[in-house]
Design a protein. Structure first.
Length: 640
């Protein structure tokens, strides 16, 4: 056994020091030659062979880039993902060959950026660069069993599909004024001011309750942060005039004008080399496209994620945006810690890396089960059938996050209520939290714990998302207005107009707002016509948001179509989806299939004796059952 381990680690060392790490051989630092003379190439190969290739004599052989082919989408056949240059990677069968040991750590064969590194480079260069390509023929024994942290090599033939720090894909071709990168609406008078659209059409103080509770809204945001993140450095203000700034003027009669003359807006950073020289602008996703709980940091022995002056330190630095989001981060960290402790007791022979990887895999499966068994059916109603039944992993499906999903259809800020009650274990209201007063206020959660707030979220109906509360449009983060920002973000990402997506989703185009089947209110149709005289130039976000839902869905048919498409591809294009044969044993998969968000709440609460079976049901104790009746994962199935 010692000999096998020695051989294994010797091979890994060869991989680490000899792998191709850049397509252009160069010294990236002026002191490379000096450092090489001091034997730093041998002492510090991880850094030196990447940044001092000439001095270390580690120049790679030329690699010919190819372009990924466009893959068809069974639901949305017009899908046209961007073409990403990647090296030729010989295809192989992951089941071939032998792995004498379980490889629990991916041996470094390339430089991968952290979020901080990536944003620092974006700030200095004004654009984002994808991670160096991952050669899936290396670390084969790791790739068979575990996810990489950036999502690469999930698809072995297309290693960059779904990986972090890669461009969003597009369901339809980009829509820019110059065909390259200038935002629609940049020409004065060509499009309505997004703030006017919000002020006269989208913002409303009236709250129409939906059939789902507010925990659905909060889990939706939590899931969003697992799947996508725009690369934006908010540097614009009302006094700046720069290509990166697309500030929205506030009208003189708009009450918000008392706060500022504009709503600042900074454009998302493009992928380097796009938006110039005739190449269409593509935007970067900092997260992987897979549902894998990567937004939750793992901290052993902590009840809460560690805190700093700005908030919680988690896998996503947006966890402090609202205390409800912080609560979900907290219970999923607790879930990880609980599972890791139980696995350690069951398998004392496992080292810390094996414990971490197996626990990470299980927590990601929890997220997948909750998403597809509870969240998607509650959000989409009968339209969940658009996701189709799961029939196994499909390597031809690109799971990448679509611009249309992240920048329009899944921006469900309309579900946010103005107040959330705090409820004790006897379902008595003991206080409440005003939404805007719960933003960036993690200390309030630390003081009271998660139970009171989660019960309050379960007991409060989510708003129907067809309008957005004035707290979000008038009071959030000073002068910010999320509805206007959503409209402008769609234009920033080059989304096509609403009618184009109706056609894509097999819905008839709107030729006259008086004949709009999904919007029954005549006064709404009239205001839309005043803002958008031409139905062919209606923003996707605005048109999709105003659609009235049907078939038990909380969103209209266009958004339901786009959301279902994304969830289907994120599942079918994920080799590590929990139900894909071989990811877990049959018994493990069956046990995972029985859990839900209520299972997590019962397992991680401080004093949570009762909960509804479906945690997205509005409940103030009426349908709650004992946590003893809630199915829990049988971890003994993981005992070796």
């Amino acid at each position: 056994m010692k000999l096998i381990r020695a051989i294994f680690f010797a091979i890994c060392l060869v991989f680490q020091t000899s792998v191709v790490l850049s397509q252009q051989c160069q010294d990236e630092h002026q002191f490379c030659k000096f450092w090489a003379s001091q034997q730093e190439c041998q002492k510090n190969p991880k850094w030196m062979v990447v940044h001092c290739q000439v001095s270390c004599q580690t120049c790679p052989q030329p690699v010919t880039p190819v372009q990924e082919p466009v893959q068809p989408n069974p639901i949305l056949p017009m899908q046209q993902p961007p073409l990403i240059a990647t090296p030729v990677v010989p295809s192989f069968n992951i089941s071939n060959g032998q792995c004498p040991l379980i490889q629990v750590r991916e041996i470094e064969t390339r430089m991968t950026a952290t979020a901080f590194d990536f944003r620092t480079r974006v700030s200095s260069e004004g654009c984002g660069r994808p991670n160096q390509p991952n050669n899936c023929n290396q670390n084969v024994c790791y790739h068979r069993r575990y996810r990489t942290f950036d999502g690469s090599c999930n698809n072995l033939q297309h290693p960059a599909w779904g990986a972090s720090f890669t461009p969003y894909i597009r369901l339809l071709n980009a829509n820019y004024e110059d065909g390259i990168g200038r935002m629609i609406g940049s020409t004065p008078g060509s499009m309505p001011n997004p703030r006017d659209v919000t002020h006269f059409l989208l913002s409303s103080g009236a709250s129409i309750p939906s059939r789902a509770n507010s925990l659905l809204m909060q889990f939706g945001q939590f899931l969003s942060h697992d799947l996508s993140r725009n690369s934006v450095t908010n540097l614009c203000n009302c006094g700046m005039q720069a290509p990166v700034c697309a500030n929205m003027l506030i009208g003189v009669r708009d009450p918000k004008r008392r706060q500022a003359p504009c709503i600042p807006f900074t454009r998302a950073a493009p992928m380097c080399g796009t938006g110039i020289n005739g190449i269409i602008r593509e935007l970067m996703n900092e997260n992987s496209a897979y549902i894998d709980a990567s937004n939750t940091a793992i901290v052993r022995g902590k009840v809460f994620p560690p805190t700093n002056r700005e908030g919680m330190s988690t896998g996503d630095d947006r966890s402090n945006l609202f205390i409800g989001l912080s609560a979900l981060h907290t219970i999923f960290v607790r879930l990880h810690n609980r599972i890791a402790a139980d696995l350690q007791n069951l398998n004392p022979q496992w080292n810390s890396e094996r414990l971490y990887q197996e626990t990470r895999k299980i927590v990601g499966a929890y997220m997948q089960v909750i998403t597809y068994k509870e969240f998607a059916p509650t959000l989409l109603g009968k339209k969940v059938s658009l996701i189709t039944e799961y029939t196994g992993y499909k390597p031809e499906v690109n799971p990448g996050i679509a611009n249309e999903f992240s920048s329009a259809a899944y921006r469900l800020h309309g579900m946010i209520q103005e107040f959330y009650p705090l409820v004790d274990h006897l379902f008595r209201k003991v206080g409440d939290v005003r939404f805007v007063e719960g933003t960036l206020q993690v200390q309030r959660l630390l003081a009271s714990g998660t139970d009171f707030l989660i019960r309050g979220l379960i007991g409060t109906p989510a708003r129907r998302p067809q309008r957005i509360t004035t707290q979000v449009t008038e009071e959030l983060f000073g002068v910010a207005d999320m509805a206007s920002i959503n409209v402008q973000r769609g234009r920033d990402h080059g989304l096509r107009f609403y009618n184009d997506y109706r056609a894509l989703c097999n819905l008839p185009r709107i030729t006259n707002f008086n004949n709009w089947p999904e919007v029954s209110d005549e006064s709404v149709r009239r205001r839309v016509a005043e803002l958008y005289p031409d139905p062919e130039k209606l923003d996707l976000y605005v048109g999709g948001l105003l659609e009235e839902p049907s078939d038990g869905s909380l969103v209209g048919p266009t958004f339901a179509c786009i959301i279902a498409d994304q969830f289907r591809r994120s599942r079918d294009g994920d080799r590590f989806y929990f139900a894909n044969p071989g990811v877990f044993t049959q018994n493990q998969t069956a046990s995972l299939s029985r859990v839900g968000l209520s299972s997590v709440i019962c397992l991680t609460g401080d004093n949570y004796p009762e909960v509804p079976i479906n945690a997205f049901t509005v409940d103030m104790g009426q349908s709650a059952v004992s946590c003893r009746q809630i199915p829990q994962l049988d971890l003994t199935l993981w005992k070796e």
